[in-house]
Design a protein around this ligand. Structure first.
Ligand SMILES: Nc1ncnc2c1ncn2[C@@H]1O[C@H](COP(=O)(O)OP(=O)(O)OP(=O)(O)O)[C@@H](O)[C@H]1O
Ligand SMILES: [Mg+2]
Length: 427
C-alpha cells in the first residue's frame, strides 16, 4: 500500500496511542524515501497521525478519498520536485477543492529552489520549509499552520451557529406572527359565520312556514298554481342548501384556523394528528385547490405527545413546498396533459406515527438534495422563498425526537416522510 496511516513504533507514539485519533492528520508527499522517513520520525514523536505518498497523483487520490471523512488530512507537506507532476501543479489542482484556510500546504524545497517562493504562494501554498529540514523550524511551521487551521475551523463553526440562531429567531418571529394572524382571523370570521349559519336556519324555517301558509290558502282545484309555487320554493330551498354548504365550510375553516394556531397551548400536549393535518390541508387547499388534486388518507391516528402548533408549521411548510413543486411542473398544462397531485397519508409504523406527503412535481436534483435542510438554501427567485421552511421543519421534528426523510426524483416528484415517536418520556 503506497499511502497509509503511519504506524509508528516509537515508545512516545505508543504512549499517546490512545489519543492519536484526536491528533492532527498530516500527509507527507516526497519521492525520496529518506526525506519522508526523517520528517515522519520527527512528526510522529509529537503524536501526529501521519500518512505518506510518493508522488503527486497518489497524493491527489488520497486526499480526494479522505475529504470530509474522519480520516481527512489537516496539513500537507508537499515536495516541489516530484516525478511526472510537480508539487506546484498538485497544489493548483488541490486548491480547486479546498482553500488555503481549509487545507494548509507546506512546500518542501531544496536550498536552490528558494527563488521559486513566489510561484509557491501564487499557486496557493501556505508556507515553505527548506530541506534538509531543521527540527525546530519544522515543528514551528507545522504548529503555526495547525493553529491557524484550528482558529479557522472555530470561526466557521461559530458562523454556522450564528446562522442557526438567526434562523431560529426568524422562525420564532414567523411562528408567533402567523399564529396570531390566523387566530385573529378565526376570531373575526367566527361571528359573521355564526350569523350566516343562524340566518340560513331562520330563513329555512320562514320559507317552510310561508310554504305551508300559501298551501293553506290554495283550493283543491288550484293545482297549477300550487305546482308553480312548489317549483319556486324548490329553487329557493336549493339556494338555501348552497348557502348552508358555504357557511358550514366557513365554520370548518375557522375551526381549522383555531386548530392551526393552538395559541392557548404553548407546550407539549397529548394530541391526535389527523385534525391538525386536515386543518393545514384545508388552509393550503384554499389557495391551491383549483390547480392541484389533493388526497388525504388517515390510516391510523394514535395519540402522541407533541407541540401541535409547531408541528402544524412543519406540515404547512412541507405541503406548501409540495404545491410549489407541483405548480412549477404543471402550471399552464391542460388537463389532458396531466394534473398536479398531492397525497397526504397519516399512518403508524412500529413506534412511530408517520405523516407522508407525496407530490408529482418537479422533484429535487441530486446536487440540491444534500442542501435542502440548510438554512437559507432556496432555489426560488429572490423574494419568493427564504430557504428556511425545511430548516425550521427539521429543527422542530428533531425537538420532537423524530426525523424527516426526503426521497425525490428530478422531474418526477418528491416524497417527504415525517416520523414522530409515539411516546417519548423525555419530552
Ligand atoms: N416538494 C418539493 N419539490 C421540489 N423542490 C422542493 C420540494 N421541497 C423542497 N424543495 C427544494 O428545497 C428548497 C428548500 O426548501 P425550503 O422550504 O427550506 O425553502 P423555500 O421553499 O425555498 O423557501 P421558504 O422559506 O419560503 O419555505 C426549495 O427552494 C426547493 O428547491
Ligand atoms: Mg418552503
Amino acid at each position: 500500500m503506497q499511502s497509509q496511516v503511519f504506524d509508528s513504533s516509537t515508545s512516545l507514539a505508543n504512549d499517546i496511542a490512545s489519543h492519536i485519533s484526536l491528533q492532527s492528520h498530516i500527509l507527507v508527499v516526497d519521492d525520496e524515501e529518506i526525506n519522508r522517513l526523517v520528517i515522519i520520525n520527527l512528526l510522529s514523536s509529537k503524536g501526529y497521525r501521519i500518512s505518506e505518498c510518493t508522488c503527486g497523483e497518489e497524493a491527489m487520490d488520497f486526499l480526494k478519498a479522505t475529504y470530509d471523512t474522519p480520516d481527512q488530512v489537516d496539513l500537507v507537506l508537499l515536495d516541489v520536485m516530484l516525478p511526472n507532476i510537480t508539487g506546484y501543479d498538485v497544489c493548483t489542482h488541490l486548491r480547486k477543492q479546498k482553500s488555503s484556510n481549509q487545507l494548509p500546504i507546506l512546500f518542501l524545497t531544496s536550498k536552490t529552489q528558494v527563488d521559486d517562493l513566489a510561484k509557491g504562494y501564487e499557486v496557493g501554498g501556505n508556507d515553505f520549509l527548506t530541506k534538509p529540514v531543521d527540527k525546530r523550524e519544522l515543528f514551528a511551521r507545522v504548529d503555526m499552520q495547525l493553529e491557524l487551521l484550528k482558529s479557522h475551523r472555530q470561526l466557521h463553526e461559530n458562523l454556522s451557529q450564528l446562522k442557526q440562531m438567526q434562523s431560529q429567531l426568524v422562525h420564532a418571529e414567523k411562528m408567533s406572527g402567523l399564529s396570531t394572524l390566523v387566530a385573529g382571523m378565526a376570531h373575526e370570521i367566527n361571528n359573521p359565520t355564526n350569523m350566516t349559519v343562524a340566518g340560513t336556519y331562520n330563513l329555512d324555517e320562514q320559507l317552510h312556514r310561508l310554504q305551508q301558509f300559501i298551501n293553506s290558502l290554495l283550493e283543491e282545484d288550484d293545482s297549477d298554481i300550487s305546482a308553480a309555487f312548489q317549483k319556486r320554493f324548490n329553487e329557493l330551498f336549493l339556494a338555501l342548501d348552497t348557502m348552508r354548504e358555504g357557511s358550514s365550510r366557513m365554520q370548518k375553516l375557522v375551526e381549522g384556523f383555531r386548530l392551526f394556531s393552538h395559541l392557548d397551548e404553548m407546550d407539549y400536549q397529548h394530541c391526535h394528528l389527523s385534525s391538525d393535518v386536515q386543518a393545514c390541508l384545508d388552509i393550503v387547499k384554499a389557495t391551491y385547490c383549483d390547480q392541484i388534486d389533493f388526497v388525504c388518507t388517515i390510516d391510523d391516528d394514535p395519540e402522541i405527545q407533541a407541540h401541535a402548533a409547531q408541528l402544524n408549521q412543519v406540515f404547512m411548510n412541507v405541503m406548501i413546498n409540495a404545491c410549489q413543486g407541483v405548480l412549477d411542473k404543471w402550471r399552464g398544462k391542460t388537463d389532458t396533459e396531466g394534473k398536479g397531485k398531492i397525497s397526504i397519508r397519516l399512518f403508524q409504523e412500529g413506534d412511530f406515527v408517520i405523516v407522508q406527503i407525496t407530490d408529482n412535481g418537479v422533484g429535487i436534483s441530486d446536487e440540491n438534495a444534500g442542501k435542502i435542510f440548510e438554512p437559507f438554501f432556496t432555489t426560488r427567485a429572490v423574494g419568493e422563498g427564504t430557504g428556511l421552511g425545511l430548516a425550521i421543519a427539521f429543527g422542530i421534528v428533531e425537538e420532537h425526537k423524530g426525523s424527516i426523510d426526503v426521497c425525490s426524483q428530478e422531474t418526477q416528484g418528491t416524497q417527504v416522510t415525517i416520523y414522530l415517536p409515539l411516546k417519548d418520556d423525555t419530552l
